[in-house]
Design a protein around this ligand. Structure first.
Ligand SMILES: [Zn+2]
Length: 256
């Protein structure tokens, strides 16, 4: 692992505040701004100067602190070109595959539409940290507010192609209820049973269930596992295109 530090804390009811800190270059980025005052307090407590905001999408619980934090710190706000009109105070517009130099680190924007049309993830190298916003949750994925199942499926493939030891940070602590749903569609998955047990005990101890490795997600997240025979069988879609199983899984989750 490299030198970067990630500080994760709760904002609002179930959002995560996330501060990415490079102690060498003294750069500090907030991933989204679910609550400006809470983020301001954490920056103060840690003695850090905010230099950047990286927004994952435009939803009201991901951008409300943008303008206040920019006003107080003069930070640079980075976001997707596709969401330029919907992200308050945006300065730097990025497209799929664009790289932002963050000290000696590289932050690659991955366009991952589905939850919204402008949703993106940020992949940080060399540390292999992925910020997924509301696109991927541990054992879950975002609701399809704007995009189609096909778009979200393609976004899942993009995430699945990253290195297995990538550490994933998400926008919300939804893991426990996601685990219950995952067990509903794939009850015989041993890795899933183990992760669900781990998550139950973490939540009992009031601890966060994130970050999680991509390897663990590939083994347990039903939305990354549409090739699983057990899940395909659950929907009567054995041997058919994986997108069909993905779409059926997303539809069932909406009613769960
Ligand atoms: Zn959202």
């Amino acid at each position: 692992m490299g030198e970067l530090l990630v500080h994760q804390f709760r904002c609002r009811a179930d959002n995560f505040g996330l501060l990415l800190y490079d102690p060498v270059a003294k750069l500090c980025a907030s991933i989204d701004t679910p609550d400006g005052e809470t983020i301001w307090h954490e920056l103060d407590t840690k003695g850090r100067q905010l230099t950047h905001i990286f927004n994952t999408h435009h939803h009201y619980d991901h951008v409300p602190g943008n303008e206040m934090l920019k006003e107080r710190t003069g930070c640079t706000i980075v976001g997707s070109k596709n969401d330029a009109k919907r992200i308050p105070g945006i300065d730097e517009l990025m497209e799929d595959g664009d790289i932002y130099e963050f000290g000696a680190n590289k932050i690659t924007m991955l366009e991952t539409p589905g939850h919204t049309l402008g949703s993106v993830c940020y992949f940080v190298e060399p540390d292999k940290i992925l910020f997924t916003g509301d696109t991927l949750f541990s054992m879950g994925c975002g609701r399809l507010f704007e995009g189609s199942a096909e778009l979200m499926w393609q976004s899942m493939q993009k995430i699945r192609a990253l290195p297995d030891d990538t550490q994933i940070y998400c926008g919300h602590e939804y893991t426990l209820s996601n685990a219950e749903f995952a067990l509903e569609v794939e009850p015989d998955n041993l890795a899933l049973q183990q992760r669900a047990e781990e998550v139950r005990s973490l939540r009992r101890a009031r601890k966060d269930t994130l970050p999680v490795s991509l390897a663990t997600e590939k083994a347990t997240n039903p939305f990354l596992r549409s090739d699983s025979r057990e899940i395909q069988k659950k929907f009567g879609l054995e041997g058919q295109a994986e997108i069909k199983t993905f779409s059926a899984t997303r539809a069932l989750k909406d009613q769960f």
